[in-house]
Write a protein that binds this ligand. Structure first.
Ligand code: MG
Length: 212
């Protein structure tokens, strides 16, 4: 008889089992996790600068200058436009995020989003338009820096954070906050953390009330 070794296999370091995170113990990055911001960036530089040879999969690092063969000034301008909301395109949500966030939003008094953007206005408006939840159920903190996310999460007593920038995941882990890596082409390096491939995976980690 063949032994089933899977159930006895140790969980990978840092792995969080299904259904283990209480809804109030999880907060979210926005760009690259809720919003398909890199797609928007490519749309902007395609239409403004005629750059159409770059695919999402080509963005293999978080600092675009380091992995894209585009004039750095074009990158700076594209990022400026997307941060200011200065574009005719639609910023698309990641697949499934609306359903899971709205379900979560019915379980907790408010959802916490922490972004390293310098300004919260554009992305907060976008989240309010995206989610059918009361305005006070959505809290957005814009820190202006990756490091400052730690203080915000500590103060909110949130122990888990979904993030797509691997360097930030390591910072969070050092501070005792469990990062959950949202898989993207720009975070494909070895790491010891729990990783999700999309919002169904995030949903599976959460412990919802029965029948919710
Ligand atoms: Mg991000």
């Amino acid at each position: 008889m063949e032994e089933d070794t899977r159930s006895n296999a140790p969980a990978p370091a840092g792995a969080i089992a299904s259904g283990r995170i209480a809804p109030g113990e999880l907060a979210f990055d926005i760009d690259g996790v809720v919003a398909n911001t890199m797609r928007l960036f490519l749309d902007i530089v395609r239409d403004r600068y005629g750059i159409n040879h770059i695919r999402l999969e080509d963005i293999t690092c978080y600092n675009l200058e380091d992995c894209l063969d585009i004039d750095p000034e074009v990158i700076t301008d594209g990022i400026r436009m997307l941060l200011q909301g200065d574009y005719p395109h639609v910023l698309q949500p990641m697949d499934g995020c609306r359903r899971v966030l709205e379900r979560l939003g019915r379980e907790v008094p408010r959802l916490l989003f922490v972004t390293a953007r310098p300004n919260r206005d554009v992305i907060t408006r976008w989240l309010h338009d995206l989610l059918s939840l009361p305005e006070q159920a959505i809290e957005v903190v814009a820190t202006g820096s990756f490091e400052a996310k730690i203080d915000v999460l500590r103060e909110a007593r949130v122990g888990h954070f979904v993030e797509d920038r691997l360097e930030t995941c390591f910072l969070l882990a050092d501070a005792g906050i469990a990062p959950i890596v949202y898989r993207q082409p720009w975070n494909r390096r070895p790491h010891p953390f729990t990783e999700v491939g999309g919002w169904d995976d995030i949903e599976a980690l959460l412990r919802f009330s029965p029948g919710s």
